[in-house]
Design a protein around this ligand. Structure first.
Ligand code: GTP
Ligand code: MG
Length: 175
């Protein structure tokens, strides 16, 4: 059975590297380096190229888990990473000043890929800041005519990340 490829994207600190590490069946390949810019105040390290992990479903299907860098300056990697991808997981960090705008920016940046595939959205860090609410995200998506499943998740929690993954598999009719 051929491995399928899912891509995790979203702003810096949203939890892409963490989510992949949480569910990968082997320690993921990581390209994190110490942050040298403003992000250093928020977290020590940032992804400069990609994350790569893997999970095998009960039916034997292997899913490659690819994480993009969040920072705009590594945007050139995004197009490379989506090649051959089957679905997109957008993580949004509710702690950031304008999470709804973050979501819009990532949906716009990955618009071509989403047109060909499908997406789900995970809102992280709602334990720290509970606004915007999931209803606010859904309202925005409805306005855009892009009604993707949206859930509050903690990227450190295996069940939460698996739930998101399963939602994407269901959308793609792979489960
Ligand atoms: N409190 C809280 N912390 C979270 C949650 N989800 C993730 N985190 C933490 O947020 C941070 C996310 O960091 P990364 O996984 O490196 O984020 P990233 O999206 O890969 O960031 P870049 O590679 O810089 O784009 C980690 O310190 C996680 O432990 C959550 O739901 N609640
Ligand atoms: Mg990362």
């Amino acid at each position: 059975m051929k491995q399928i490829k899912f891509i995790f994207t979203g702003p810096p600190g949203a939890g892409k590297t963490t989510a992949i590490a949480t569910i990968s069946e082997f320690p993921p390949v990581s390209t994190d380096v110490f942050s040298t810019d403003g992000l250093a105040k928020v977290k020590e390290k940032t992804t400069v190229a990609m994350d790569f992990g893997q999970i095998t479903l009960d039916n034997g299907q292997k899913i490659g888990l690819y994480g993009t860098p969040g920072q705009q300056r590594f945007k050139f990697m995004w197009e490379i990473l989506v090649q051959g991808g089957l679905g997109l997981i957008v993580l949004v960090d509710n702690r950031r000043p304008e999470p709804l705008k973050d979501l819009e920016a990532y949906l716009d940046n990955f618009a071509d890929f989403i047109d060909e595939t499908d997406a789900v959205i995970g809102v992280t860090c709602s334990d720290i800041k509970d606004t915007p609410s999931i209803d606010d995200y859904q309202e925005l998506l409805q306005k855009r005519g892009q009604v993707f499943p949206t859930f509050a998740i903690d990227a450190r929690n295996k069940d939460d990340v698996l739930f998101l993954l399963n939602a994407l598999l269901t959308c793609l009719e792979l489960s």
